[in-house]
Design a protein around this ligand. Structure first.
Ligand code: ZN
Ligand code: FE
Length: 251
């Protein structure tokens, strides 16, 4: 069994640590120092580095880690990842610590963003967050909506390993979009309790996201109605998504 844990980095990043015995892999090491400290403390050997997209808070530690460890560096073929030894495109399958992962193309936050899926879990970087989604720095609303639909089509019990602890702030926005959604109110209480106790709110399940994440709920009449208050032209799910995403940017 692959064990999954996180290494906190910067203000709110999660670097995911995968381990099997003394073998380890990390996802999106934006900073090498906390990863090195953890590998040494736990007596782990780093075999693989998985990068979802080119932003510095996701790949800033790759060069230093790959210099110290003979690790395979997986990353999106369409982006510039320093030291990438195995460029990937959507649909490819790779082996990490004896576990098969499927690569999903999820452009939108960046143009070449990829996610890594194994049975029961997906490492989705800055595409899907707890109750939110990434900003559209390089992609179009249509691309991001399609990427979120791709993630949304995974089994409901899939664990969503995103790269930031943004859930509480995202839920405040979700409640503004859907004031009548009881699942959002319940999740706000759960997340507040978890954060007060110092616990992570990641991973969530896809089922939780489908019930509370406005960006996965653009076909819901309540979300479409809220979008139309911002943009009267918002009708189809993509234009609803675009209106909600633009609103979140200024929320
Ligand atoms: Zn990013
Ligand atoms: Fe990020």
């Amino acid at each position: 069994m692959l064990e999954i844990d996180f290494i906190p980095a910067f203000k709110d990043n999660y670097i995911w640590l995968l381990r099997r015995g003394d073998r380890a892999a990390v996802v999106d090491p934006g900073d090498a120092a906390p990863v090195m400290a953890r590998l040494q403390a736990d007596g782990l050997r780093l075999e693989a580095i998985l990068v979802t997209h080119h932003h510095a808070d996701h790949q800033g530690g790759v060069a230093a880690l790959a210099e110290y460890w003979p690790a395979t560096v997986f990353g999106p073929a369409d982006e510039s990842i320093i030291g990438c030894s195995r460029p990937l495109s959507g649909g490819e399958r790779i082996d990490v610590l004896g576990q098969e992962f499927e690569v999903l193309a999820v452009p939108g936050h960046t143009a070449g963003h990829i996610a890594y899926r194994m049975p029961g879990a997906v490492f989705c970087g800055d595409t899907l967050f707890g109750a939110g989604c990434g900003r559209l720095f390089e992609g179009t609303p249509g691309q991001m909506a399609e990427s979120l639909a791709r993630l949304s089509a995974l089994p409901d019990d899939t664990l969503i390993y995103c790269a930031h602890e943004y859930t509480a702030a995202n839920l405040d926005f979700a409640a503004a979009v859907e004031p009548g959604n009881a699942a959002i109110r319940r999740r706000i209480a759960q997340v507040a309790e978890a954060r007060q106790a110092g616990r992570s709110t990641v991973p969530s399940t896809l089922a939780e996201e489908k019930a509370t994440n406005p960006f996965l709920r653009c076909s819901e009449p309540a979300v479409a109605a809220a979008a139309r208050q911002r943009d009267p032209a918002a009708k189809d799910p993509v234009s609803v998504f675009a209106a909600i995403r633009a609103w979140k940017n200024v929320f």
